[in-house]
Design a binder for this molecule. Structure first.
Ligand code: AMP
Ligand code: MG
Length: 316
């Protein structure tokens, strides 16, 4: 008789609820997975005084810092995504994230002059990488790397690799909105600004990553406006367009994590155009107007669950 039961294990890491689903009861496996996540968090976090990334930040304007190869490679990848023309992704966004404090205590809309001053400290071309020594140098004092937009994706991929190596055939990891899968799973897409349980649809994937970035995840309200946590590196203010959320479906969660930010910056029309060049990446855009736009209706197995939303084909 086959056992279709799912066993769920949870923890709080990286300031987020972490959920692991396995198809056999295996607490030891869950505990090893959570330890793996914690090890990577310890390397990559910028929300503590110490980590390899914080060592780089502390040495800004002074000297290069040698880091471990995986951290170096992740920074290399983040720099490449940041250097794409008009990219909304910027690995050097740290000074602005710290100024806004969105999602942390003491947030408020900063002065325009402070935003301008910090913008000058966020140039990705001033992140100098040396492959031979695995070192990273931030050219200006005050510069800060922030890998918050990709760390979860990177770590989700490492969890996938580990589970595969352990011969696990079916499992799901959810790192606070970054989902990765082994085997087939139906994943709920959250309804923006509604109860945590409310879903606008369900997406079935097999062995793929599903990453969502939403303006509803972290924000505050001031002067009758919502200020959310995805910043536009060109203006220094939260990205302001028609979108409430973007979900990216890809083989690797790192790509998904980078692309949610890139697509947020591009918006629906340019985003769909960019995805036509990428057969390996699909997206679901959710707009403030309550449209759900699928980049590739043939490939995506999406079932709507909220009649208040209208599903639109990107090619339409
Ligand atoms: P995510 O949840 O993957 O969309 O990442 C959001 C986090 O990435 C924020 O909380 C910031 O730490 C950081 N961040 C904000 N804006 C940007 C940006 N334009 N480029 C890169 N990282 C960003
Ligand atoms: Mg991201």
């Amino acid at each position: 008789m086959s056992d279709n039961r799912v066993y769920s294990y949870s923890a709080v890491l990286m300031g987020s609820p972490i959920l692991l689903k396995l198809c056999s009861h295996d607490e030891a496996m869950a505990s090893r997975v959570f330890q793996l996540i914690k090890r990577y968090e310890d390397l990559l976090t910028v929300n503590r005084a110490e980590s390899q990334v914080m060592d780089i930040n502390h040495a800004a304007g002074r000297h290069p810092v040698t880091v471990s190869r995986p951290v170096f490679q992740l920074i290399q990848c983040a720099k490449a995504a940041s250097m794409v023309r008009d990219s909304a992704f910027n690995l050097a966004i740290g000074p602005l994230v710290k100024l806004w404090r969105i999602g942390f205590h003491g947030h408020s809309v900063p002065d325009a002059a402070d935003i301008r001053a910090r913008l000058a400290l966020t140039r990705p071309q001033e992140v100098i990488l040396d492959e031979t020594t695995c070192s990273v140098f931030l050219q200006q004092p005050g510069m800060e790397l922030d890998l918050g937009a990709i760390a979860k994706g990177y770590i989700a991929d490492r969890v996938r690799d580990y589970l595969r190596q352990q011969q696990v055939e079916k499992a799901l990891i959810n790192l606070g909105g970054n989902v990765h899968t082994l085997g087939e799973w139906a994943i709920g897409l959250k309804k923006p600004f509604a109860d945590a349980q409310a879903l606008i649809g369900s997406l079935t994937v097999n062995g793929q990553s599903v990453v969502t970035s939403g303006t509803y995840e972290r924000y505050f309200e001031q002067d009758g406006k919502r200020w959310h946590h995805i910043l536009d590196p060109r203006s220094g203010y939260p990205l302001d367009n028609e979108l409430d959320s973007v979900t990216v479906i890809s083989t690797d969660s790192l790509d998904g994590d980078i692309w949610t930010t890139l697509l947020f910056g591009l918006g629906v029309e340019k985003g769909c155009a960019a995805l036509r060049q990428r057969q390996d990446i699909d997206a679901i855009f959710v707009t403030k107007n309550r449209d759900i736009i699928l980049s590739s209706p043939q490939r995506l197995r999406f079932a709507p669950l909220d009649s208040g939303y209208q599903v639109i084909d990107c090619t339409a």
